[in-house]
Ligand binder design. Sequence first.
Ligand code: SAM
Length: 214
Amino acid sequence: MARRALRKLDAEIDLSRHLYTLEQLPTPLTCEALFGREAPWEVEMGSGKGLFISSAAQARPEHNFLGIEIARKYAAHCAARLQRKKLMNAAMIAGDGLRLFREFLPTAGIDAVHVYFPDPWWKARHRKRRVVNEAFLTDVVRVLKPGGMLHFWTDVEEYFQTSLDLIRGFPLLDGPLPVPEQTPEHDLDYRTHFERRKRKDNLPIYRSEFRRLA
Ligand SMILES: C[S@@+](CC[C@H](N)C(=O)[O-])C[C@H]1O[C@@H](n2cnc3c(N)ncnc32)[C@H](O)[C@@H]1O
């Protein structure tokens, strides 16, 4: 999908507290090691330009937020957004989110997983590249605390239905639970950039959330 050019990053900006690669993460990966404090921990897969992670980190300073974005330029753009807002409760990883969930996140350590508008991979032969797949959901069940939430939104009805069918095979994920629709008053009130773009084009959004049972 075509993307608008990103604003050029200030070469002087210090991203050392907000941008990591998977290899730079502390091992074992804990909230304390990454954020310097124990607090509810939320993870976003595929942060794009970072509207969700920056506004959620600002709105919930008592939570820690970790975003991962495979496109390095976008990860750096998100990290700069967090740095400019001086949000010390949020950080970005430039890397593959599937690896983060598989190899790094602790078992029963995460309070919420957010997946918004993942790439649809329209062609049938490319569908295996979708991030909402069986292996990822297995990892989501492993990393979520009992009572933790999975949030999954997309504008692609077929991706939504296929994912819901897949999630039905994970009885520890209770849902889909009803998600109230918000009416944004401001451009930054949308949950993500993709939500803003799709809603301004009057396209439907399919929203779901699931609770990890004990
Ligand atoms: C369609 S965009 C949506 C971005 C954002 N969530 C939003 O709603 O505005 C999907 C994003 O997921 C990222 N992505 C795709 N596969 C990924 C992976 N395996 N790990 C991390 N990010 C990934 C893409 O680079 C892209 O930025």
